[in-house]
Design a protein around this ligand. Structure first.
Ligand SMILES: [Zn+2]
Length: 97
């Protein structure tokens, strides 16, 4: 079947394939543009990124993350009551009360 390369249909198919390839390569964004889109996506996410600083007022340590209520090593040792107070203060300050 592939031997009938001189058949008009094969030529037609070949031309279609060529047109398709041109169309597709024209429709696809250039690699650079794609990279830019990816960068935009990350910067969009950056706004929603977790604030990893310790939520204890005035503390500049890096917190241990959501599993530790965003408190640093030092402040996660505090009594639960004090942690709650600190987190409430943080929430108030950040408009998430
Ligand atoms: Zn802390």
């Amino acid at each position: 079947m592939a031997r009938l390369s001189s058949h008009p249909f094969d030529l037609l198919a070949e031309r279609f394939a060529q047109i398709f390839a041109d169309r597709i390569s024209a429709a696809l964004p250039a690699p650079n543009a794609r990279g830019g889109a990816r960068n935009r996506a990350t910067s969009k996410l950056r706004g929603r990124k977790l604030d990893m600083r310790c939520h204890y007022p005035g503390c500049k340590n890096r917190s241990k993350g959501p599993r530790f209520k965003f408190l640093c090593d030092e402040h996660r040792k505090l009594p639960k009551k004090e942690q709650a107070a600190a987190l409430a203060k943080w929430a108030e300050k950040n408009g998430k009360a």
